[in-house]
Design a protein around this ligand. Sequence first.
Ligand code: NAP
Length: 233
Amino acid sequence: MKTILVSGGSSTLGSAICRHFIARGDRVLCAYHMSGDQARRLSEELGPRLRPLALDLQDPDSVRRAVESIETLDVLVNNSGILSETALGELPLEEWRRIFAVNVEGMVLLSQACIPLLRSSSGAIVNIASINALHPGFGKTVHYDASKGAVVSFTQSLAAELAPAVRVNAVAPGLLAAPHLDTTHPLRRRYEERALLRSLVEPDEVAKAVALLCDCRAMTGQTIVVDGGYLAG
Ligand SMILES: NC(=O)c1ccc[n+]([C@@H]2O[C@H](COP(=O)([O-])OP(=O)(O)OC[C@H]3O[C@@H](n4cnc5c(N)ncnc54)[C@H](OP(=O)(O)O)[C@@H]3O)[C@@H](O)[C@H]2O)c1
């Protein structure tokens, strides 16, 4: 039984990752910032192998406290990430910094804090990037796209630094299926027109890719794309 820490564990993708690892028989630390109620509901639903864990990635003390409460760790999934849409011309510097504080600095802080635990278990890190890191031009998300580009290079560099003890990989999902993206939503229609598989990406398909990167001992420094064939379309 492995122990997996998932940041943003109550989010659309985070909860799918938590469910996937619980179904495999692993133990999951479901980290939350504002969504404590959702994390507790997930724990009631999935049982005591899922433990909610308070974590604010913008607060180094919160990161330290959270990691100090963990005894063993096999996998860190850096899933937390935030998005906003503003053209760069109108983007306040504070908004650029807010996106980078969670998507990049938060990932760096949490990874740093977990390295000793992961070295002890010969564990793995999986970072959640986005196809926006590889395919610019969805519009008004230069700050988000750049932050996810940083996730991809952080993944490659950290993999080199931590090898061979700890493997570090990333998954770059396409647009995830979510309740607000109903069949008439223009973003969904545009995505489905181009994606070879003609559909949005189900979060549990991304969770399968995360699990593959945890298990496959021949992979490190890689970013795998899970986008329903959007980039190939
Ligand atoms: N949705 C998509 O279509 C899509 C596509 C490609 C990539 N992604 C990436 O996939 C990941 C999950 O996306 P999602 O759409 O499932 O997320 P989401 O539902 O928008 O939720 C964002 C998550 O980030 C966490 N978070 C925000 N600020 C935080 C902080 N200061 N400290 C710790 N956690 C914080 C939130 O935790 P609380 O709710 O507990 O505050 C929440 O779990 C993100 O990295 C995102 O960029 C998403």
